[in-house]
Write a protein that binds this ligand. Structure first.
Ligand code: FES
Length: 193
């Protein structure tokens, strides 16, 4: 098709590209949920040909780590744990909010977990949970506050990214951490702390 040839669907080339591009868009949050999975593909070419002779794939996945028991959580009393490793900025909290929340697990969909490092400059949010607003903050450095009922989005302050949410899984009464939704402060890859 030449540059000026009309398309059968009546769209200009730019409009079609825009539509296709829109269909392919992936939000940053959706991308980052998988950023812990590192895929390496090795291709060995047969000399003198353009055909791949060998392909090998390697994937590094988030660990599945036991956090605590659902029955041991008391409403509005956070429980601290490390994830996905013991490295920098790996401190998190799990809390039973007492109100349904995005990503919440349990019969009331109200148990959520978040990383403690402020996304602005890594200020420590440990101990800043507020039961009345179901929020974390204000950050002691520049006062950022995050809404734990809505995937840790920013309520106020200097940060411009949501707080990384720890993905949880319930197995009977046992709560497991299985991934991270968002990039942990100070890391270029959540699994390379
Ligand atoms: S480090 Fe938390 S608001 Fe700046």
């Amino acid at each position: 098709m030449t540059r000026n040839t009309p398309r059968k669907d009546g769209l200009s080339g730019r409009s079609a590209a825009s539509r296709i591009g829109h269909r392919c868009l992936m939000s940053r949050r959706n991308f980052l949920i998988t950023s812990g999975a590192t895929t390496t593909v090795m291709v060995t070419l047969d000399p003198g040909t353009a055909f791949a002779r060998q392909m090998q794939g390697q994937m590094t996945a988030y660990p599945r780590k036991f956090v605590t028991r659902l029955s041991s959580l008391k409403q509005d009393e956070p429980f601290d744990f490390s994830y996905p490793d013991e490295g920098m900025y790996s401190e998190n909290m799990v809390v039973k909010l007492g109100t349904p929340a995005g990503g919440g697990i349990g019969p009331d969909k109200d148990v959520v977990a978040f990383n403690y490092a402020c996304t602005h400059q890594g200020g420590p949010l440990n101990g800043s949970y507020k039961a009345d607003t179901k929020s974390l903050g204000a950050c002691p450095l520049h006062l950022s506050t995050y809404d734990l009922t809505r995937h840790g989005i920013l309520i106020s302050g200097q940060a411009y990214q949501s707080l990384p949410q720890i993905l949880l899984e319930l197995d009977g009464d046992d709560i497991y951490a299985t991934g991270v939704f968002g990039l942990i402060f100070g890391r270029h890859d959540n699994l390379q702390g």
